[in-house]
Design a protein around this ligand. Structure first.
Ligand SMILES: Nc1nc2c(c(=O)[nH]1)N[C@H]1C(S)=C(S)[C@@H](COP(=O)(O)OP(=O)(O)OC[C@H]3O[C@@H](n4cnc5c(=O)[nH]c(N)nc54)[C@H](O)[C@@H]3O)O[C@H]1N2
Ligand SMILES: Nc1nc2c(c(=O)[nH]1)N[C@H]1C(S)=C(S)[C@@H](COP(=O)(O)OP(=O)(O)OC[C@H]3O[C@@H](n4cnc5c(=O)[nH]c(N)nc54)[C@H](O)[C@@H]3O)O[C@H]1N2
Ligand SMILES: [Mo]
Length: 769
């Protein structure tokens, strides 16, 4: 018998087709105009050999190895749920009593599920918050530097997170769209919280058909689709700020800046101008100056600057641009440049970050909240900016400077992750593991034997969304999806909330944790709250029963184009920005006041330590970009067929220019060794002129597979770029991930090629029968 259930994932809403208790197909949501390709991997992932069948404890931990233990190479021992719960409860209580609440790292960063009630990280935070507190993580890997900067200079993060000027307004008004990092189509496969409508591709196409001219400023031609007919400007990575300063220089020299806008709506332009013209540091930021840094021809810089000043222009940058050393600078410079053009707040003009970074940016929609789960305040208040996790583990008791504050780094004794994978998302994985091994105990809740589960002491198998009921919802999408349970839990997997409720029980607060609601009561409660919020904004949505039976709710798109900052631009006195001056802060007294040499009060050019112009490029002459994968969501679905079909001899692909391949005697399709002082990875070579010389690019997400599990210096045989990436904060202001600042060298893989073993259970563990 075939059953069909509505469901959703970050990679799209779908119908779960179930036969004999197994998911056999994830059929795209009928209303989706351009459903994503990742759904095909779901049956493989949900029922595959990488599922964790039951709870496990690391053999060494059972023998009493705690702080300083080596993790990742040990055997796992199967245990009952009762024992697993008892051990975790006892250890959490011991650590809390002996070392205090901040010694538990429970930030648990990661994407976990689209379902908002069973969202593992939210629930873990509730549990740990109620238990007395934990060290949390703030900001994110996506745009941590940008989201720390923007409130200072634009008074909002809406310019990154959406609602931004929509594509309709761009199609109708924009003549030129400058896209730093391009508009990668693959990023539109994903919506955090799940999406019913993948509208990014058709909306972008409409803008092209309406005559918008696109410029893809990126080392990779593939960052725009052919139908956009984009001009490709193959810039050197990490040099975008220099390009923007030079474009500003051209506009200033020609006297084309919008002085009326600058006077009325911004502060600090004079100081920016003095910097660009060289009055402050003796270096005029001319096109000649920038061309030497960026390798963009002088004539191109001049032409693009004059074109932007002469026609309605939208400026955008992908989020990737700021995941680099000094990643705050190109974004801040772009805000200043957009302000010079005077288009902020005008139809189809101005600036926004991430039109090319995720589905739903610039999609017309009514401004409504998403359905959200319950949350609890962290009573101990300890936190780090998320991407500083290794530093936290490395230097307890020391100070970390961040955004004007001095944070005391706690001594972490217990690490707890539910719904995220630091051995996917963090940089310099060998160094992370050395820090990780300093903990007494690591608890991981995961459905799959991902690298984070493999490096845990206590492994608690979690259900996937298909094994429970939930609601999928994103503030960037018009559909709210009923996620009906489609199959029974796989193996002995349990829901994260139920695991945590049992732990709360052991600590005496089950009733507070569950609020005495079961799953169904929680879903009705959350939906009811959202329905009320909609009603307050004059939007009527059906009651829960109607929603649940229909499988989704659709909020019709608005009829008017949305233009971000329109009220402000029309009357900045009446509608000030939420900055200290109420204006666009081209110079920020607040940031200058922090006294960080690397982030004075306005955007500046800093040479990154690792980029093609730095001395290190003598030894490691290739700049490696690690971008979001088209074949999965980060590490999720890596065990599925879509990701597998894209690999070369089972290794992640790396793109390289023919000139660089020829210089090394390398050919398309061969397995190569990518290395630097931090480590080495195997990869499958793709030779293509679409990537500029000197740059190579590799998707993130192949599960970390050290040849010698447990070693912190062993080559990854599968192709995880984070073995090689640099683990530094973007600056003391943003402390974001700087994954894109990474130099490497490449040679043919010599000798035997070890097999990829990371998609099957580790020693001691069994596959689900
Ligand atoms: N080099 C490099 N590194 C990067 C980036 C880059 O550009 N370059 N990008 C960064 C960015 S922007 C991000 S957002 C991060 C992403 O990093 P993560 O969000 O940590 O990556 P995911 O693989 O999505 O991890 C989510 C984990 O949650 C698990 N999970 C899913 N559902 C459930 C559930 O219901 N319960 C439980 N307990 N677990 C569940 C999944 O199996 C998966 O292992 O990576 C960052 N890392
Ligand atoms: N299919 C799929 N889509 C996703 C995700 C996924 O895992 N899979 N993850 C989602 C998440 S969590 C996030 S945060 C977003 C991330 O969205 P982004 O950060 O925008 O995505 P990336 O693919 O990392 O980078 C986009 C492009 O930037 C270019 N680039 C890198 N460095 C530079 C530079 O210094 N200068 C210039 N000019 N260009 C550069 C690269 O060529 C790259 O292809 O994607 C989301 N969308
Ligand atoms: Mo992200």
């Amino acid at each position: 018998m075939t059953e069909i259930k509505p469901h959703s994932a970050h990679w799209g809403a779908f119908e779960a087709v179930v036969e004999a208790g197994r998911l056999v197909e994830a059929r795209p949501f009928r209303r989706d105009p351009f459903p994503g390709s990742l759904l095909a991997s779901m049956p493989d992932a949900v029922h595959g050999a990488a599922r964790i069948d039951r709870p496990y404890i690391r053999a060494g931990w059972l023998r009493g190895e705690r702080r300083g233990a080596s993790r990742g190479g040990d055997n796992f021992v199967p245990v009952s749920w009762d024992e697993a719960i008892r051990r975790v409860a006892e250890e959490a209580a011991r650590v809390r009593a002996e070392h205090g609440a901040p010694s538990i790292l429970g930030g648990s960063y990661g994407w976990s599920s689209a379902g908002r009630y069973h969202h593992a990280r939210t629930q873990l935070h509730r549990y740990l918050g109620m238990a007395g507190g934990f060290t949390s993580q703030v900001t994110n890997y996506s745009y941590g530097a940008g989201m720390t900067l923007m409130p200072h200079i634009l008074g909002t993060n809406e310019v990154i997170q959406g609602r931004v000027t929509d594509w309709g307004s761009i199609a109708r008004n924009t003549k030129l769209m400058l896209c730093l990092g391009g508009l990668p189509r693959k990023n539109g496969l994903v919506t955090a919280g799940g999406g019913g409508a993948h509208e990014y591709l058709p909306l972008m196409r409409q803008a092209a058909e309406a005559g918008v001219r696109f410029v893809n400023i990126s080392p990779f031609r593939g960052d725009t689709e052919d139908f956009l007919n984009a001009e490709w400007v193959p810039i050197r990575p990490n040099t975008d700020a220099a390009l923007i300063f030079a474009m500003a220089h051209v506009v200033l020299e020609a006297g084309l800046q919008d002085s009326a806008f600058l006077d009325r709506c911004t502060v600090g332009f004079d100081r920016f101008r003095d910097y660009v013209l060289g009055a402050t540091d003796g270096t005029p930021k001319t096109p000649e100056w920038a061309s030497a840094i960026t390798e963009v021809p002088v004539e191109t810089i001049r032409r693009l600057a004059l074109e932007a000043a002469g026609a309605p222009t939208m400026c955008t940058a992908t989020w990737s641009i700021q995941r680099a050393e000094h990643g705050e600078q190109p974004w801040w410079a772009l805000v200043a440049f957009a302000a010079m053009l005077g288009g902020i707040g005008k139809p189809g003009r101005g600036i926004a970050f991430g039109y090319g970074s995720i589905n739903g940016m610039g999609t017309p929609r009514v401004d409504l909240p998403s359905v959200s789960g319950p949350s609890v305040r962290n009573p101990c208040g300890a936190y780090i900016p998320v991407a500083r996790v290794t530093e936290l583990l490395e230097r307890p008791g020391e100070i970390l400077q961040y955004n004007g504050r001095d944070l005391l780094l706690p001594d972490i004794r217990m690490i707890w992750w539910a719904g995220g994978n630091p051995f996917h998302h963090h940089q310099d994985l060998g160094r992370l593991l050395r820090g990780w091994n300093r903990a007494d105990t690591v608890v991981v809740q995961e459905p799959w034997w991902t690298a984070v589960a493999r490096h845990a002491d206590i492994v608690l198998p979690a259900t996937t969304t298909l094994e429970r009921n939930d609601i999928g919802s994103s503030s960037r999408d018009r559909f709210v999806t009923a996620m009906h349970q489609a199959i029974a839990p796989v193996g002995l997997a349990r829901n994260d909330v139920d695991i945590l409720a049992d732990l709360a029980d052991a600590a005496g607060f089950r009733a507070a944790f569950t609020e005495q609601r079961d799953e169904s009561a929680w879903l009705q409660h959350m939906y009811g709250r959202w329905r009320q919020a909609c009603a307050r904004q004059g939007v009527e949505v059906p009651d829960f029963e109607t929603f649940w039976a229909a499988g989704h709710v659709e909020i019709p798109p608005p009829e008017q184009d949305y233009v971000q900052f329109a009220d402000f631009a029309a009357d900045p006195e009446a509608n000030p920005l939420d900055t200290p001056t109420g204006k666009v802060e081209i110079f920020s007294e607040t940031i200058a006041g922090f006294g960080y040499a690397e982030t004075p009060g306005h955007a500046v050019w800093h040479e990154p330590t690792e980029y093609l112009g730095s001395p290190m490029a003598q030894k490691y002459p290739l700049h490696m970009l690690s971008f979001q994968p088209s074949t999965r969501l980060h590490g999720q679905l890596d065990s599925g067929r879509v990701a597998a079909a894209d690999k070369i001899q089972g290794r992640e692909k790396l793109r390289m220019n023919p000139a660089d391949a020829a210089a090394r005697g390398l050919t398309d399709g061969q397995v190569i060794r990518v290395f630097n002082d931090r480590g080495a990875v195997a990869a499958g070579l793709v030779v293509t002129p679409d990537i500029r010389p000197g740059v190579v690019a590799m998707a993130t997400g192949a599960w970390w597979n050290p040849a010698r599990p447990g070693a912190t210096d062993s080559a990854c045989v599968h192709g995880n770029p984070n073995v090689l990436t640099q683990d530094i904060g973007t600056s003391r202001l943003g402390q974001g991930s700087a994954a894109q600042s990474c130099l490497v060298q490449i040679e043919a893989w010599q000798g035997e090629l070890p097999p990829v073993t990371v998609h099957t259970p580790p020693p001691g563990a069994c596959a689900v029968p």
